[in-house]
Design a protein around this ligand. Sequence first.
Ligand SMILES: [Zn+2]
Length: 377
Amino acid sequence: MNRLADVPSRALALWTIAFFSLLSSCVSSTDVSPTDAGSPAAEVSAGKPDVPAPSDAGAEANAGPGSDADTDLGPGASDVGQKVSDARPSTPDVAPGGDGGGASTAKDLIGQLLASIDQKEVQQAVMELYGMSLPNRASGTANYRKATEWAKVMVEAKAPAVKVTFIEMAGLRNTEIVLPGTDPSAGMYIVGGHMDSVAAGPGADDDGSGSIGTMFVARAFAKFKFKSEVRFMLFDAEERGFVGSTQYARALRMTCEPTTCLKLYVNLDMISNDPRNRAAINVTTTDPQLRALHTQINTDYMIGAMLVFGGNNCGTSDDCSFQRSGYKTIEIKEDDFSPNWHRPSDTMANQNVTTMTKNIKLAAGVLASLAGIEGVR
Ligand SMILES: [Zn+2]
C-alpha cells in the first residue's frame, strides 16, 4: 500500500518516451517483455503523503450469512457446491471432469478449489516469510530477493502446471506466475500483490499478506483447468511508486487489449489486519455484477466474510498501474486499515490469519468463476 498521489503528467510523458526508446533493446524471458522505463514514479514518491486514508466513507456493508460467519468450508466440496444457485455469470454449469468418472459442475470444482486452501499452510507461509523479512524486505535488499526465491519454490513445489519467471529490470524483480488457459479466445485474468516492504518495517501485512495470498491462489488454481489464462504477480517496488507494476502493465498494454485480452486485474494489498476479528473485507468495485459475484461466492461457499463495497480510487497500490494502462481493476483488502502501516510494528503478531485466509478464498472463488473453471488437471 502506498498513498502516492498520481504521477505528474510531465513525468509520465518523459517516461513514455523512455519506454518506447528502450522497448526494442530490452529482452525478457516472457512474451510480455516489460521494459525498463526508469523509475520516475520513484522520483515523486518522496513527496507522498505519509497518512493512511480511512476506509471508503461511503462504503456499503453487505453482511455474509450470519450463522455461517465462522464456519469453515465443509469437508465435502460437493455438499458446498450444491448450495450454489445458478446465477453465477459466465461460468459453465457443467464442465468435463478430469478423471473420466463423470462430469463435475463448476460449482463443485470451485468448492474443491477453495477447500484446498488450508489456513494452517497459510499460517506456515506467514511465519516463513516473516522470518526472512527482518528488519525489512525493501526493494533491492537481499531479503527481498530471498523472499522472491522462496515464493518461486513455494509455488513450483505445489503447482507444477504453472511457469514461474523472474522478470529482471534495472535492479528490480517482478515475479510472474502463469497458468495457461484452454481457450485462447477467453482472455486472461491477473491477481497480484507486492513483495517489497518499506524500509521502516518488515511488511507482514503490507504486503506480505497479499503476496502470500497471490501465491496461495496460484497453488490452488494450478490443480484445475480454466478457459482463461490466469497470471499471478508479485510486484517489486510498489513502495517506491508502483514501479514494478507500472513497467509490467505498460509493457502488457502493447500486446494485450483491455476487456478482450486482460479482462480484470485483482489487487491483494494488505489483507490481514483485523484486530476486532470482524472478517470485514473491502472490495473496491462499482460494477454491480462483480459485487453480486463476490456476495454469491461469499455466501455459497460459506467463506464468512462481511463484505464492504467501495469505489475504486486509483492511487494507493499496484491496481493503479493497470488502471492507468486502461484495464479494469478491483482490490480485495482488509476493511480495517492497519495502524501499523509502514511502521516497525507491521509484524506477524499483528496479522489475523483467519481473516487473511477468508480474503484469499474470496479472491480465489471470484477468479475461478470469472476464469471459467472447467475441470481438474
Ligand atoms: Zn505500503
